[in-house]
Write a protein that binds this ligand. Structure first.
Ligand SMILES: Cc1cc2nc3c(=O)[nH]c(=O)nc-3n(C[C@H](O)[C@H](O)[C@H](O)COP(=O)(O)O)c2cc1C
Length: 198
């Protein structure tokens, strides 16, 4: 049996990072519940190399390897700080380099951290549409954490821990369902307008 790979992506461009703490907590919780191969990519490290390619045909070396890891992971756990009411530009750049049909049917967890509760729906109105474009299977529960949910960059709010539990249950359910086959390229090909194939 192949052990599924779970790739966490932190869209933060600073260290230490609350977003990285949240992404890591979700990765750890999935790993504790089911056998997976976890990996974390932090854009604070990977950003400069990814930005050395402005288009996917210019990808080389570690940037190409990261893009390949995103495209081939069985599950993505994507977290971003809110920047100007959206995800970071670094996170968007990474997904601008991903093949439009590489993520079809892939379970994706959506996470965000912000400075104000007023942006608490950012995963719904910014992240979910981005992954809708890719025809991924975003899990129903999203997590948004603000600065008071952390102390010294560690999560301290039990309500966030409860939501992590819910997310893990959803991921484990989807892993058992083989969604990549059910919603894979063959199933999705005729749903994609030609304009999206560019
Ligand atoms: C350039 C910049 C823009 C930001 N814009 C917002 C924003 O629009 N809404 C918000 O709630 N927080 C905003 N913040 C606060 C961050 O989202 C918040 O501190 C986040 O938890 C930082 O995550 P990190 O520790 O992973 O970098 C902004 C911070 C920066 C540096």
């Amino acid at each position: 049996m192949t052990i599924p790979s779970v790739l966490g992506i932190s869209g933060s461009v600073t260290r230490p990072s609350r977003t990285t703490t949240l992404v890591s907590a979700v990765l750890d919780a999935i790993t504790a519940r089911t056998p997976v191969r976890p990996r974390l990519v932090e854009l604070v490290d990977a950003g400069p190399t990814l930005f050395s390619a402005l288009t996917s045909d210019k990808l080389q070396g570690s940037a190409a390897e990261i893009v390949r890891a995103v495209e081939t992971a069985d599950v993505l756990v994507v977290g971003t700080p809110v920047y100007r009411a959206s995800y970071t530009g670094a996170l968007k750049h990474l997904f601008d380099l991903i093949r439009y049909d590489a993520l079809v049917g892939k379970p994706v967890v959506l996470l965000a951290t912000g400075g104000t509760p007023l942006h608490g729906l950012v995963a719904e109105h910014q992240l979910r549409p981005l992954f809708g474009y890719f025809n991924t299977l975003t899990v129903p529960t999203t997590i948004y954490a603000v600065e008071t949910d952390f102390r010294d960059y560690r999560l301290v709010n039990p309500a966030i821990a409860d939501r992590i539990d819910r997310v893990v249950t959803e991921v484990v359910t989807l892993l058992g369902a083989d969604t990549a086959t059910a919603f894979g390229p063959a199933a999705a090909a005729h749903n994609l307008p030609a304009a999206l194939s560019a």
